[in-house]
Design a protein around this ligand. Structure first.
Ligand SMILES: Nc1ncnc2c1ncn2[C@@H]1O[C@H](COP(=O)(O)OP(=O)(O)O)[C@@H](O)[C@H]1O
Ligand SMILES: [Mg+2]
Length: 126
């Protein structure tokens, strides 16, 4: 299990969500955040020049996936979130000790797989 945390541009969110859906990636949490990626904005003070960290609006995605979904999820994010300009963001891949579905108590792979629709048999769980 991995938790993929991505910080992306808000204007790329719709395309990223669509691309994740096409890749069969389902469970996701989206937060509006502010971030700084290393660009410094000079600021004058009476004591002389100093700097401050200017914050940009970003979107943070959290996606819990089983091992077989890690690579495709990262690839989708790298492609769909990219503009090529500074500030496109970052993708972090974190180890996860366990995931539990609150409703059923299922854990790990079963917990990150969407419930099958009525009458549908769950086969290769992501
Ligand atoms: N080391 C980091 N840790 C956490 N978030 C980061 C880190 N570096 C960048 N970010 C996030 O990514 C956003 C996009 O900037 P960045 O990834 O630095 O783009 P680029 O590398 O193209 O300059 C930042 O505003 C910040 O929210
Ligand atoms: Mg940067």
């Amino acid at each position: 299990m991995k938790l993929i945390v991505a910080v992306i541009r808000p204007e790329r969110l719709n395309d990223v969500l669509e691309a994740l859906f096409e890749a069969d990636v389902r469970g996701i949490t989206v937060s509006r955040v502010e971030g700084h990626g290393g660009e410094y904005q000079p600021m004058e003070t009476y004591r002389g020049a100093t700097v401050k960290m200017e914050l940009q609006e970003k979107v943070r995605l959290e996606i819990g996936v089983s091992e077989s979904f890690v690579e495709r999820t990262v690839q989708v994010l790298l492609e769909a979130a990219r503009t090529g300009a500074v500030g496109d963001g970052k993708v972090f891949v974190l180890p996860v000790d366990g995931v539990y579905r609150v409703r059923t108590g299922e854990r790990d792979q079963l917990a990150v797989t969407p419930e099958p629709r009525h009458g549908e048999v769950r086969t290769d769980a992501p």
